[in-house]
Design a protein around this ligand. Structure first.
Ligand code: DGT
Ligand code: CA
Ligand code: CA
Length: 572
């Protein structure tokens, strides 16, 4: 039974949470968190690496002990250390850490003082007003906990695209072995490259459908078979993901692809266009009366209503049909258009790969440039660099640049935007950088107007260039801070500044709609990975997916420019 990277990462994250709640040594906690991060983002599954006899200690931050733990976990599904810890303290405490504003110390206090062990306990305690008497909490924090726990314990969170990919990859590899199988693909939101996925919609063509259904429900990752029919079955996998699988006839494969890729709003609009021409469009084909006139390919479905093929990422009924009709569909950016990466950390601040390793990894990706953007040292980020450390680091970058061939390291910094909108280094220092990436890392809960003004003030500084992760959200974990994005984009346009599309799968910040708005307002975007390790540079593709959903073309993205042109942009 395949143990997915996401399951391994979840276990290490839980271990780190529980140890942190117990008050364990912070270095130990960090080591397990780093393991989770490395494994979650790794492009190949740990189980494949081990099958190929690869040495896991080659991965960033993984030593002998951790490699052995991962190996045992892949082989047995178990992490004995986690089981030990779970015997000492209630495992559900780690769930409580997912509530924004509850860190390990506060979870420990609530457990010790009120015996709160689960989300239900927490909800009950907040509702009955027992929390505000605990030292360190007050009326305000009780109210916040109440709201957040309500929201959290609602629906099951949607799966991150990166995790869905891993689940789909293993399942597809398995399905391809079924007897008589011809085509297999994932449709739905997954194919539209949405940042999160509700369920997987798999389409198959095959000589016979019965053996496919048997093969599917026999998959050893299946926890429950919800329904099993001749052409459609639905299951739950152990990770909680629902999978719908359909076997469709070859002659209508394109119509099925179109229908099940969605979105629903896009489909309905296309179907209406069909109706106006006297056609019926459904998941089986395009029909004029009883006669099938199209549907073998998706292209033929669009042609039947007089449109060119529309890329799946655009199919949200946000103007793509009108654009297709006018011949003004964007020529969407692709991963190949990317020439460099403008946001990356190394071991000098909170990254896990050395400067040299980052440079080599960027070179392997064929990049012309990689910007090194260590954090400034602020209240929020203790591992950041103070002025002296930054200047020394810039020297090291110069030295390495002198040895590098074909790749240029750009001197930058992820500069904290302080509460009053000033930047965290003096101008004399900022001036020495090629450009800056500026971001908010603290005071997330200012009112909308104040938060927006804070960012606008920061942009007034002539050394401000790119606003990093503009909303600060972490998908399923942290809400965006309140800002007026339109105002921010307007200001960026006026001041020749840029916005980042952070490509970390948990951030994807700007959102797709944010990208579209930036494009319409004429503000250019930097798609950047914010990589904390060499492997993290590979997340660029998630950023490109999101950019495509946001209608971005090569010309809208600054890191599609050759180095010389890029640097000209930063002369404000
Ligand atoms: P998800 O799973 O919530 O991330 O989102 P989708 O888009 O994958 O939605 P899902 O799985 O419910 O259905 C897959 C596609 O099937 C959906 O994008 C469009 C199509 N579809 C489903 N139900 C309907 C419907 O009632 N009418 C139309 N026109 N299309 C539908
Ligand atoms: Ca779906
Ligand atoms: Ca579905």
């Amino acid at each position: 039974m395949p143990v997915h990277n996401s399951e391994i990462a979840d276990k290490f994250d839980r271990l780190a949470d529980l140890l942190e709640i117990e008050g364990a040594n912070p270095f130990r906690v960090r080591a397990y968190r780093n393991t989770a991060r490395t494994v979650r983002g790794y492009p190949r599954s740990m189980s494949d690496l081990l099958d190929d006899g690869e040495d896991l200690t080659e991965l960033p931050d993984i030593g002998d002990d951790l490699a052995e733990k991962i190996r045992a976990l892949v082989r047995s599904g178990k992490l004995p250390l986690l089981q030990e810890v779970e015997e000492r303290i209630p495992p559900a405490l780690s769930e409580l850490m997912k509530i924004e504003g509850l860190g390990p110390k506060r979870v420990r206090t609530l457990y010790n003082e009120l015996n709160i062990k689960t989300l239900d306990d927490l909800k009950e305690a907040a509702a009955s007003g027992r929390i505000h008497d605990v030292s360190g909490f007050g009326d305000k924090s009780e109210e916040k906990i109440k709201q957040r726990v309500e929201k959290f314990s609602g629906e099951k969170p949607r799966t991150l695209l990166v995790d869905a990919e891993e689940i789909a990859r293993s399942l597809l590899d398995y399905l391809k072995k079924a007897e008589g199988i011809k085509d297999v693909m994932v449709a739905g939101s997954f194919r539209r490259r949405k940042e999160t996925v509700g369920d997987l919609d798999i389409l198959i063509t095959a000589s016979k459908s019965a053996p496919i259904m048997d093969h599917f429900t026999d998959y050893d990752d299946v926890e429950e078979v919800l329904s099993k029919g001749k052409t459609r079955s639905t299951v739950y996998l152990r990770c909680g993901m629902q999978v719908d699988l359909r076997v469709v006839p070859q002659v209508g494969f394109g119509a099925a692809q179109h229908y099940f890729t969605g979105s629903r709003a896009h489909n309905i609009a296309v179907r209406k266009m069909g109706v106006r021409q006297g056609y019926k469009i459904n998941e089986y084909g395009v029909f004029k009366g009883d006669e099938r006139i199209a549907g073998k390919t998706e292209k033929s479905v669009y042609e039947s209503v007089g449109l060119p093929f529309i890329p799946p990422e655009l199919r949200e009924n946000r103007g793509e049909l009108e654009a297709a009709r006018d011949g003004s569909l964007p020529k969407l950016i692709t991963l190949k258009d990317i020439r460099g990466n403008l946001h990356a950390h190394t071991t000098a601040s909170d990254g896990h790969s050395t400067l040299k390793d980052m440079a080599h990894a960027a070179k392997e990706l064929g990049y012309e440039y990689l910007a090194i953007t260590e954090h400034s040292k602020s209240l929020a980020i203790a591992s950041g660099l103070d002025t002296k450390e930054l200047l020394a680091h810039l020297d090291r970058i110069d030295q390495l640049n002198a040895q590098l061939d074909g790749l240029v390291l750009l001197k930058s910094s992820e500069v904290d935007i302080l509460e009053d909108g000033t930047l965290d280094y003096p101008d004399e220092v900022l001036k020495q950088l090629d450009f800056t990436v500026c971001a908010i890392h603290q005071k997330f809960d200012l009112p909308r107007k104040k938060q927006t003004e804070r960012i606008l003030r920061a942009m007034d500084n002539p050394y401000f260039h790119i606003l990093a992760h503009p909303s600060g959200r972490l998908i399923n974990e942290r809400d965006p801070y309140e800002t007026d994005l339109e105002k921010i984009l307007e200001a960026a346009k006026d001041r020749n500044c840029f916005v980042e599309l952070n490509a970390q799968p948990k951030r994807l910040d700007l959102t797709d709609e944010g990208c579209k708005m930036a494009r319409e307002m004429g503000v250019k975007v930097s798609i950047a990975t914010d990589a904390h390790s060499a492997a993290g540079l590979a997340n660029m593709r998630f950023g490109v997916d999101q950019a495509r959903r946001g209608w971005l073309e090569k010309k809208d993205v600054i890191n599609c420019l050759p180095l010389k042109k890029l640097l000209q942009l930063f002369a404000r």
